[in-house]
Write a protein that binds this ligand. Sequence first.
Ligand code: NAP
Length: 296
Amino acid sequence: MESESSADQAKAAVEKAPRDKVASKTAIVTGASAGIGLSVGRKLAEAGANVVLVARGREKLDAAARSIGLERAMPFVADVSHFDSLRELLRATRERFGRIDILVNNAGLNHRGAAVGISPDTLAAIITTNLTAPIFLSRLVAEHMVQLVQQGTGSIVNVASLAGKIPVKHEAAYSASKAGLRAFGRALAMELDPLGVRVSTVCPGPVDTEFLGDLEHVPDIVLSQPMVTPDDVADAVLACIQSGKREVSLPALSGLLMTLGYVFPSLAAALHPLLERRGAANRRRYAASRAAGRAV
Ligand SMILES: NC(=O)c1ccc[n+]([C@@H]2O[C@H](COP(=O)([O-])OP(=O)(O)OC[C@H]3O[C@@H](n4cnc5c(N)ncnc54)[C@H](OP(=O)(O)O)[C@@H]3O)[C@@H](O)[C@H]2O)c1
């Protein structure tokens, strides 16, 4: 009798213990040959996951997979805006690893400047890459994950931006795409949560990667928020996979400020000149760090 009750207690303890949502799982990470995606792929593999790394350029992607280790990492060359490739990505992942537990929609595109000075095709490409592609891929993967729920749980994490929390001048299509991605993630989370699939959104401010571009051309308002590293963002992505938290901003205080600015546009307008001055000062500091060969 006593041994039965301790067996029950042990079983209850195992059931109550937080289950690792990464070890022995299989993850697809888009935009994974550099920056945030590469760091996410590396950290997932270090935590015991198999990773399928997606990017357009083969050479860098193969090098990224080799640096992680080909027993865990599979490179898959694709442009996320080519939807036939995404169907093929699913097929190839299942063929190699048998299942998909985690999807990180991270590949992104931005072109800065006045919207009327950017070609309509380029504006549309920003929406296709940053919004339509993650929607398409999430839809494909979610169906597979829902069928797998008996065996575990699924996680989808979308990498959006603070620009999706408050629109940025000269990044109109980019801001729209990231705001749309946040909305999609929140709605999908409500649909999939009861089916055991968690959907999270990570909204970073400026991140020190090539994507940020030449510091001279980054708007002051963007640089007004503290710069974070690709590893900081990757840590937030992994924390979301483990916790299922719906949305995380980096830094958290910047996320709060953007929400306040969105809800109270007159507050945003009043703070704008102050933030632009701070951004200009940060730019000088970052440029000096780069000139001295240090990380910004
Ligand atoms: N850096 C920032 O300041 C910042 C701030 C907020 C949010 N974000 C978001 O973070 C995400 C990742 O940015 P990052 O800074 O890590 O960029 P990054 O360092 O430039 O890396 C981008 C990665 O995505 C791949 N990629 C680009 N377009 C692709 C496409 N159409 N299909 C497949 N792969 C593609 C690139 O490889 P190939 O070129 O070979 O395809 C590369 O591996 C983006 O969604 C971006 O919007 C970035």
